[in-house]
Write a protein that binds this ligand. Structure first.
Ligand code: HEM
Ligand SMILES: CC(C)=CCC/C(C)=C/CC/C(C)=C/COP(=O)(O)OP(=O)(O)O
Length: 317
């Protein structure tokens, strides 16, 4: 009897933990961390202090989790009405909005303290401003009012790249802002490809996402332009900034070619949801591999290898 009670209690506790975990929209966070890592490795010229890496990624995770949790509180009305989001912890009644808010404030406080004490104040302030921007500017001000919502809102998702750079150098540079710009410009193709697939859901709850307001043709054109500008921006990190080397340039070139190809296919087949889905899924791999490319390119071992190969080629020539 006692055993049954204990196991039931245990199960409930696990369910509570799981609900709070889900409030943080955890599936998005790893990619935010990969952009932070890409930025850190370039800033540190390939030699990142492991402790600083741990602190920055933990602080970034907690900040993003806090932002997403407050977003879940704010958007609980529309989340209840949309198929995709109905099962989130607040609309399904598993977590009370007040408790979620307390949880989010705790996450933000720990994030700020961790970054301020073990990284630096700039990194802490940037992460905090990411939360404020995502909630006030995106969730409150833009999301329900303009089809340009995610263009401006994308700046919040690009802030982790600045956090990474600031954590390493204590300041921001052109390269930091360029990585910020790459994530910022990538966000519209990433999100609008998905929005094309689920526009009926957004229309139902009156969220003015671009495909709902302007239609499919305008959206695929916009996706196309943003894709071209994103790929162009990725090249600038190699030339003229010189923050990344030839390996990164090759990776950015190949990934960029694929991104442009998939975006072109959508431009030719605006109504084909399977093509939109393919672009959405690819956008995630694209950003992941691009940032991993930044990391690998920056490593001293890569430089040594490339130098050895180029010396060898000179020798043969
Ligand atoms: C305003 C900007 C953005 C909007 C509106 C947006 C929106 C979305 C939405 C609605 C989903 C589907 C999630 C679901 O099915 O529950 C999604 C998926 C995803 N987003 Fe974004 N996103 C944005 C920016 C970003 C950024 C900056 C990143 C990371 C760098 C990111 C990474 C991801 C990932 C990794 C997924 C896939 C999650 C999964 O596997 O289910 N997103 N995004
Ligand atoms: C440094 C720091 C704290 C940065 C925060 C960045 C952050 C939380 C970016 C997330 C962007 C994102 C996935 C938005 C989802 O939009 P949505 O809320 O409209 O999606 P939904 O329709 O699934 O609710």
């Amino acid at each position: 009897m006692i055993e049954t009670n204990v196991s039931r209690h245990h199960e409930t506790f696990l369910q509570v933990v799981q609900s709070y975990y889900q409030l943080t929209k955890p599936r998005i966070i790893p990619l935010l961390l990969i952009t932070t890592a890409g930025s850190m490795w370039i800033a540190a010229k390939g030699e990142v202090d492991p402790l600083l890496l741990l602190v920055t990624l933990t602080g970034g995770t907690l900040a993003a989790a806090s932002a997403q949790t407050i977003n879940c509180v704010y958007d609980r009305d529309i989340d209840y009405d949309m198929e995709r989001t109905r099962h989130r912890p607040i609309p399904s009644g598993k977590v009370q909005p007040r408790d979620a808010l307390i949880f989010a404030i705790a996450l933000a406080t720990i994030s700020f303290t961790l970054l301020a004490v073990f990284a630096n104040l700039l990194a802490a302030l940037l992460a905090f401003s990411g939360i404020v921007f995502y909630i006030l500017v995106y969730t409150h001000w833009l999301k329900r009012h303009t089809p340009q919502n995610i263009v401006v809102g994308g700046a919040a998702g690009a802030i982790p790249a600045l956090v990474g750079w600031a954590a390493v150098t204590g300041t921001l540079s052109w390269s930091a802002w360029l990585i910020f710009a790459i994530v910022f410009l990538w966000t519209p193709p990433h999100f609008w490809a998905l929005a094309l697939m689920i526009k009926d859901d957004y229309a139902k709850v009156g969220i003015p996402m671009l495909p709902v307001i302007e239609g499919t043709t305008v959206t695929v054109k916009q996706i196309w332009y943003y894709t071209l500008v994103t790929v162009f921006a990725t090249v600038l990190l190699f030339y003229p900034l010189g923050a990344s080397g030839i390996l990164y340039a090759a990776i950015a070139g190949i990934l960029g070619g694929l991104f442009i190809h998939k975006s072109w296919r959508l431009l030719q087949n605006p109504e084909d949801r399977a093509v939109a889905k393919e672009l959405f899924l690819f956008s995630i791999s694209y950003m992941m591999l691009l940032c991993l490319g930044m990391v690998v390119d920056s490593l001293p071992v890569t430089h040594n290898l490339i130098n050895a190969v180029s010396n060898h080629l000179h020798f043969i020539a």
